[in-house]
Design a protein around this ligand. Sequence first.
Ligand SMILES: CC(C)(COP(=O)(O)OP(=O)(O)OC[C@H]1O[C@@H](n2cnc3c(N)ncnc32)[C@H](O)[C@@H]1OP(=O)(O)O)[C@@H](O)C(=O)NCCC(=O)NCCS
Length: 379
Amino acid sequence: MAWSRLRTSAARRTILSSNPRHFACSLSRVPCNVGVRVWEIRDLYPRRRIPRTSMKESWEIRRASLHDVDDLASLCKAAVDPEDYVIEHLEDLVLLGVVHVALDDDRIVGMMHYSPTIDGNAWLGAARTHPRYRRRGVASALIQSFVGLAARSRVHALRLWSSASNPTGMASVKASGFREVARFSRVIRPTDKGSPVVPLPFDMDLVRDVADSAILRLCNGYVPYGRYFVALTPANVHLLASAGAFYRVAGGITVVSRHPEEDSEESIEFGLVAGDAAKVLRGIPAAAGRLGARTVASFLPHDPKLLEAARKAGFEIVPWGKEAVLFERSVEVGPTSYRKRRTFAEIAAGKREGYAALGLLAGKHDHGHTGPHEDRWNP
Ligand SMILES: CC(C)(COP(=O)(O)OP(=O)(O)OC[C@H]1O[C@@H](n2cnc3c(N)ncnc32)[C@H](O)[C@@H]1OP(=O)(O)O)[C@@H](O)C(=O)NCCC(=O)NCCS
């Protein structure tokens, strides 16, 4: 008979009291005179079965190459579905940035992508963990590997976005120390025909307009640029102006970027920076048309009034980006270290003078005729 079925029966009590092991146990742990039965104590302290998956595991992480593309596609199919948008970009992800994979023996069970951004930070994306390996720290390990890469590359911040409707994605990035910095909505519409537009040069007026922008206050100063987001600090205003990214549209300011790996004629990405939002939104389709694109897309600050103005200007909200939450995580970058020990070539050169010393320090393919190449001693 099953133990649970005996739980309240007299038969169970008989078994307990007649079994010497149970008896000894109850004698040593529970004094007989407290009037508490063993099974009542068990009910007070239910047995917690700690699943293997909740224990910290370590994962072997390596960089993916083009050889892994088929396995990465299988992983995406299992992690999301056969239509996962990441699948058609896998080769680009491997070639334009760094894809790290987590391995169970030789099997790829998780992936994530890291790409440097124009402002010297990095963007994470394409997080995929095989369903059978979830909640075992795979995504956390991949993020940690990129924190290491960022620290070694002197990158101070990692950013990524997750849909507010993806609680798993939101929970996993928060668990890895990311904090929300802004919310956006993805919008898109066809372009119009329009008059010429010119890029805005860098000057202090531009910096002031950006600093005073009411639009940017809605999104904490971040704008979409390329496939990521950038904080419009004065330094980044200078950077983007030098890249020719700012355009005056309908008296306001926009930031424009393209996706060079795609057909640049097809689509253009813009960010709302400053001005009268409704007017700028109405002017953008013609400006984008003039820049040669057929569709124009953006991440707009997730603000009801602004999104209503976008709707009136003919933009549609894209379902997958209805509420895109931008996250950021700072990275501890150690102090710059300078090499203090002299190399063998420097020591040898110190014992000679003139041309012979220079020869020792020069590369072996250069005019130096003596000594090893300095780099052989400084791998
Ligand atoms: C999101 C995803 C990558 C997370 O991968 P994962 O390897 O399971 O994540 P981790 O095991 O590293 O999770 C770390 C922490 O995140 C949180 N977390 C992850 N999944 C969670 C869930 N389903 N519910 C609640 N918290 C969760 C937990 O705090 C977890 O730590 P714990 O297990 O010790 O409690 C995975 O679920 C996935 O591939 N989803 C489909 C694709 C996707 O949504 N990508 C993310 C886009 S932002």
